[in-house]
Ligand binder design. Structure first.
Ligand SMILES: [Zn+2]
Length: 205
């Protein structure tokens, strides 16, 4: 299936093929799923009353592929293998995301892909939403993407790449100033990215 999504929250061309869930076979997935449930419990990943989900988590596989939470899964406390899909390729220039699995890829797959591209040692990426953390990090001058760059766009992907490269190192965090309440963290093991998020959660709550 190949569809160009111009409304809702997926802004890129999503080229998705339905396939069986393979999350359970991916090394580190259980840890990722557990981290997501924990973030859900803290309200950092979830769904708004109107059903629109926010926040997503991913883990690097191989050959430039990664496993990410599916779109419209935010409202579920525990996801399990069916809540994840494989992003096979991210083409920032063509604004296209190719994925396969039981659910379509999260709207912010391109942002996750940009981080994996910019930081070869990153194994996991966590994107959360929080008013307190977002405001606090901006106030304290954490690295951020420009305020006029919206989520889910090639511009956001390029801005993230610049931010990640500027920070160097295998872990870090960026405030997505043009994506209200949006913060994204990456690390080696899932726990490393999770710890970064938990640290700012405790600082600003
Ligand atoms: Zn977001």
């Amino acid at each position: 299936m190949n569809e160009s999504v111009t409304e809702g929250y997926v802004k890129y061309t999503a080229d998705h093929t339905g396939a069986a869930a393979l999350a359970a076979e991916v090394s580190g997935w259980k840890e990722l799923d557990k981290a997501r449930t924990r973030l859900y419990g803290l309200g950092l990943v979830g769904a708004l009353p109107n059903g629109v989900g926010f926040g997503n988590v991913s883990i690097r596989m191989n050959d430039g592929e990664f496993l990410i939470t599916g779109t419209a899964t935010g409202g579920r406390k525990a996801l399990g293998p069916d809540g994840y899909c494989t992003v096979n390729a991210v083409d920032i220039e063509k604004n296209r995301v190719t994925s396969s699995g039981p659910v379509k890829a999260s709207a912010e797959s391109m942002s996750h892909g940009a981080i994996y591209l910019a930081c070869p040692s990153a194994r996991s990426v966590i994107h959360i939403h929080s008013r307190n953390i977002f405001d606090g990090m901006l106030r304290d001058h954490y690295p951020c993407t420009p305020a006029d760059v919206p989520y889910g766009t090639p511009e956001m992907a390029r801005a993230l790449i610049a931010c990640v490269k500027e920070q160097g190192g295998s872990r870090g965090m960026v405030v997505m100033a043009g994506h209200d309440e949006g913060v994204i963290a990456w690390g080696g093991p899932v726990q490393e990215a999770l710890d970064l998020i938990l640290e700012v959660y405790h600082t600003y709550n």
